[in-house]
Design a protein around this ligand. Structure first.
Ligand SMILES: NC(=O)c1ccc[n+]([C@@H]2O[C@H](COP(=O)([O-])OP(=O)(O)OC[C@H]3O[C@@H](n4cnc5c(N)ncnc54)[C@H](O)[C@@H]3O)[C@@H](O)[C@H]2O)c1
Length: 256
């Protein structure tokens, strides 16, 4: 079997980094996409992939630019000879404030990254995978906020509900091409996104966001590698019958 190829956005750190390293550990070559200011971190991730015996390609860009996503996917295909897995992971949290205090600019910025960015990834992944005719796996980043949002998170919650919508539509459209489309919907995972200056004062990692979400202070939080483990399963052959799902991974914070 030829080596499979994955394209991962937001690959410089956090969940995207963990997914990239897990893909490499599972024998997959990886194209790493993140904003230009993260190139140093991308270099580090790429070196770790090479150390695992796999190929890495750095394709810096911004997911809010359709051209940049399109060109990065084309470059990935040109370099590795195909595309089997796309993980539209890049996302931002946006302002944690009341809806009535949120400006349209703040609202649109979150939709541009979290929704349009995912739309562009799904679109160009689908075009390439349909053309290749060998199936594929497309995965997006939703969130617990896309199922049971907390107050003071309207742009983020709206964007993560939208990812579920895109995922459900794309799954139906792409099923005839043997392409599955799913999303992960994590609870609190320990990354930069969930790290706030007040954490230490409140007792440790994730405390500020847990308080914001009304979660118990003593509730365990997840690790990026645990989300990567879920993605690793979704790209395995035996996951072919799972599609259109936004899979909760939240330590029991919320039940579907
Ligand atoms: N950490 C959590 O608790 C949690 C929970 C649920 C969902 N998620 C989702 O998982 C995904 C990854 O989150 P994380 O915690 O690893 O976040 P993170 O902030 O640690 O990493 C996000 C990465 O995305 C990149 N990125 C941001 N905007 C971009 C853009 N316009 N173009 C290209 N790259 C861009 C960042 O540079 C960064 O490297 C996000 O979509 C997030 O919403 C995270």
């Amino acid at each position: 079997m030829t080596t499979r190829v994955a394209f991962i956005t937001g690959a410089a750190q956090g969940i995207g980094e963990a997914i990239s390293l897990r893909m490499a550990a599972d024998g997959i070559d990886v194209a790493l996409f993140d904003i230009r200011s993260k190139e140093k971190q991308l270099d580090t991730v790429a070196s770790q992939i090479v150390a695992k015996g796999r190929k890495a390609l750095i394709v810096p860009g911004d997911v809010t630019s359709e051209e940049e996503v399109k060109n990065a996917i084309l470059k990935t295909v040109e370099t590795f000879g195909g595309l089997d897995i796309v993980v539209a992971n890049a996302g931002i949290l946006g302002p944690l404030q009341s809806l009535h205090e949120t400006s349209v600019e703040e609202f649109r910025q979150v939709q541009a990254v979290n929704v349009e960015g995912v739309f562009f990834c799904y679109k160009y992944a689908a075009q390439q995978m349909i053309k290749q005719g060998r199936g594929g796996r497309i995965i997006g980043a939703s969130s617990i906020a896309g199922k049971k949002p907390a107050p003071r998170s309207s742009p983020y919650a709206a964007s993560k509900f939208a990812v579920r919508g895109l995922t459900q539509v794309a799954a139906q459209e792409l099923a005839p091409h043997n392409i599955t489309v799913n999303a992960y919907a994590p609870g609190v995972i320990q990354t930069e996104m969930t790290s706030f200056p007040g954490d230490l004062q409140l007792g440790g990692p994730g405390m500020v966001i847990k308080k914001h979400m009304g979660l118990p202070a003593d509730m365990d939080i997840g690790q990026p590698s645990e989300v990567a483990g879920l993605v690793a399963f979704l790209v395995r052959p035996e996951a072919r019958f799972i599609t259109g799902q936004s899979i909760s991974i939240n330590g029991g914070t919320q039940f579907d």
